[in-house]
Design a protein around this ligand. Structure first.
Ligand code: 3H9
Length: 695
């Protein structure tokens, strides 16, 4: 019964049209695979049917294998079995592709004799992004349609091509406007009328192209993703098209797939896939809540952050007023924006006309009254609660009724800011990450009084700006910076106990980050943290001493490293070592040699511990939300899934035990595991149990 619903069958002119219907994206679940196999076999056996069209209803053809089934025991018919069945179909078979044919979806289509795609449809094999390779013949059929050089570029990048490009590459036989089924029907009948049996893709070895062209393309593609085992497996598998008979190459592909699917990296990337989608489901936000249309925005404060946020609006086609209190500050801000765009034009990533259009959307003004016409205002001034409250008090009296008032504060109390207005329902935090026009994370901070419509506006707008909005609750530093503070404190403490800045940085790079905390601090500038510490009465002996010595990072040529040689690569500096040793002596901390494992654990485990507390307090809705924050705001390596995924893999018990050991060994009491983590460790529970309890 269910199977008939998953594939609808109609007959048109003796052609069976099989329509896949498994919303939302027709992923190839076990039930759907079985339904497709049955429908194809029945049509093949029906003497009244001359040919078959494989189509799909809904917004897309087929988005590939059902990713949620990976890691579970295989259920027959497997996808390779269904693909084989199509490949062996004795009647002409034409795929009609609308929306997207990705992964297993394209593999199904390539097992047909011909393919028709709707103009604008996307076709690709994105498995590498999940740490996999196409496992249902994709690495053998794509090179036989598009040539091995084009195939290796597509498979290693995982990027799809449009129907038009697919036509040019020979992946599809026809691109049409609108519904692809009529053209597919026509082609199916023509094949049925032909004298000879239609050619199967497996027999198109003539299209592989020269091996040298493939090797050159493979080397180029791999250069962009060094050390990625899935990318290397994709390349090796495509190479087999030159070396092995088709069936043997497909078997080898399958073997490689089965190895990769068990790899922790692929598990992490699959977790990321679902976590990124889960953040869109916000607990407590009634389904169907619509946000306000943002036709015009205002940004208050033309500093680096405010300017970057204004660029986000302009880039998304939204006119924005950038507001300052003084002409000079405004001009500096506008010049910085123009400079950023000029760099993009110089690099060739932005056309000059588009730059002009974007600049034309940014209007600089003096005075808050210019925020009156905005549907949404983002305040991005200095981190001073009194100043922000004053601004929100004024905004309250001038902003349009219904306008959303957002603060970009990175750690202040959003409720205290909302309290300065008579419309707390319209207030929330929109915490962008630096550089705001580049980083994809947007922490949307829901205040105690934030109305659902206000929240929905910020989320929808965030997506329109190309961001990944993650809803978080009010606390000091929200999710990302609150966890970062634990790591920063340990990085500083490790220096005092005997580690060098380069050893700490190297440990984090070996873990998978692009940069360590000290190289990062030098890049961002040490004075930001210094200012915040002063404002909050905190100290960091090494960082403070560097700032007092005028070593503010790359911008002053010196920070944790010496940039005297020019460029961005700093050299270790004996003066820094002396300064650290003096700080250790002053504080009476005995120095010792610290190995890389201890460094890594002391940087990462306290973050996971903080994540547990964040979940227990309900500041983040799910462990995956925290992971998405770290992936898109702090460049956490995707193949490690995020801090909470990493913590889950290691287990709360091991993390709690190691933290206890480090606390005892180092004498740093902040390393003791929190009550939340200790409870998980004791009860053998996972991190999601904390969020379930908080909900
Ligand atoms: C593969 O095919 C392996 C084979 O080679 C070999 C096997 C042996 N599975 O993204 P959206 C869900 S590997 C399960 O928000 P959009 C998604 O979680 C696969 N679920 O929509 C979400 O659920 P919810 C290779 C899937 O319009 C809902 O569908 N294929 C899958 O922005 C809507 O998704 C890929 O990697 C799936 N395959 O984008 C393509 N796909 O509503 C993966 C989606 O509960 N998919 N879901 O949050 C995509 O890239 C996008 O979903 C697509 C639509 C572009 C299709």
């Amino acid at each position: 019964m269910e199977q008939r619903m998953l594939v609808g069958v109609t007959v048109d002119n003796a052609v069976a049209v099989l329509r896949i219907a498994n919303p939302p994206v027709n992923a190839l679940s076990a039930a759907l695979r079985s339904a497709i196999a049955d429908a194809v076999q029945q049509a093949a056996a029906d003497s009244g049917i001359r040919a078959i069209v494989l189509a799909a209803s809904g917004r897309t053809f087929v988005a590939g294998a059902d990713i949620s089934e990976f890691g579970k025991p295989p259920v027959s018919p497997t996808l390779p079995e269904v693909v084989e069945l199509l490949d062996a179909c004795p009647k002409p078979l034409v795929a009609a592709i609308n929306g997207a044919a990705l992964g297993g979806g394209l593999e199904l289509a390539m097992a047909c004799h011909e393919r028709v795609a709707t103009s604008g449809a996307k076709l690709g094999l994105p498995e590498v992004k999940l740490g996999l390779l196409p496992g249902a013949g994709g690495t053998q059929r794509l090179p036989r349609l598009a040539g091995a050089a084009t195939a290796v570029a597509m498979v290693v990048s995982g990027e799809p091509v449009t129907a038009e490009d697919a036509l040019r590459h020979g992946i599809v036989d026809e691109a049409v406007e609108g519904d692809p089924v009529p053209a597919a029907l026509r082609r199916a009948l023509a094949l049925a009328d032909g004298l000879a049996a239609p050619t199967r893709v497996r027999d198109r070895g003539d299209r592989l192209g020269p091996r040298e062209a493939f090797e050159a393309a493979a080397a180029r593609a791999l250069q962009r993703v060094p050390g990625n085992p899935a990318a290397a497996a994709c390349t090796d598998s495509i190479r087999a098209a030159f070396e092995l008979p088709f069936d043997a190459a497909v078997r080898a592909e399958r073997d490689r797939f089965l190895v990769l699917v068990k790899d922790d990296r692929s598990k992490a990337l699959r977790h990321v896939f679902f976590a990124e989608r889960a953040v869109a489901h916000v607990p407590g936000l009634p389904k169907g809540t619509r946000g306000r249309e943002v036709a015009r925005a205002a940004v208050i404060g033309a500093g680096t952050m405010g300017g970057g946020i204004a660029m986000c609006f302009a880039n998304a086609g939204i006119p924005v007023t950038l507001i300052e209190t003084e002409q000079q500050a405004l001009e500096r801000g506008l010049q910085r924006i123009a400079g950023n765009y000029a760099t993009s034009v110089q690099r060739g990533s932005l056309a000059a006309e588009e730059r002009n259009r974007r600049l034309g959307r940014i209007e600089g003004r003096i005075g808050l009254e210019h925020a009156a016409g905005a549907d949404l205002v983002v305040e991005a001034v200095f981190e001073d609660l009194a100043l922000k409250q004053q601004i929100f008090g004024t905004l309250d009296s001038i902003a349009k009724p219904g306008a959303v008032l957002a603060t970009n504060t990175s750690y202040l109390d959003v409720d205290a800011i909302a309290g300065a207005t008579r419309r707390p329902e319209a207030v929330l935090g929109m915490h962008f990450f630096s550089p705001a026009n580049v980083m994809k994370l947007l922490e949307v901070v829901r205040g105690a009084g934030t109305a659902p419509g206000t929240l929905a506006t910020a989320i929808e707008l965030g997506r329109r700006l190309g961001k990944v909005p993650v809803v978080v609750g009010v606390c000091h530093g929200f999710v990302g910076n609150r966890m970062l503070a634990r790591r920063t404190a340990q990085a500083e403490r490790l220096l005092l106990e005997g580690a060098s800045p380069q050893a700490v940085d190297a440990a984090l790079v070996a873990f998978g980050f692009r940069m360590g905390p000290f190289a990062m601090a030098d890049l961002a500038g040490l004075d930001i943290g210094w200012r915040i510490r002063k404002a909050t009465g905190k100290t960091a002996p090494v960082a403070d001493a560097l700032c007092e010595a005028g070593r503010l990072g790359q911008k002053t040529g010196k920070g944790y490293y010496d940039y005297g040689g020019g460029g961005r690569q700093g050299a270790p500096d004996p003066a820094v070592q002396a300064l650290i040793e003096a700080a250790s002596a002053r504080l009476g901390i005995a120095r010792r040699s610290i190995d890389a494992d201890e460094i890594t654990e002391r940087l990462i485990f306290p973050m996971i511990d903080e994540g547990a507390r964040i979940l227990e307090e309900g500041i983040a809705a799910r462990p995956g939300d925290i992971d998405v924050v770290w992936l898109h705001g702090y460049n956490w390596p995707a193949w490690r899934g995020g801090p909470m995924f990493h913590g889950e893999q290691l287990g709360a018990a091991r993390i709690a035990q190691r933290l206890e050991q480090h606390a005892a060994h180092s004498g740093d009491a902040s390393l003791h595991p929190s009550a939340a983590l200790s409870r998980l460790a004791r009860e053998g529970q996972g991190f999601s149990s904390l969020s379930e309890a908080a909900a």
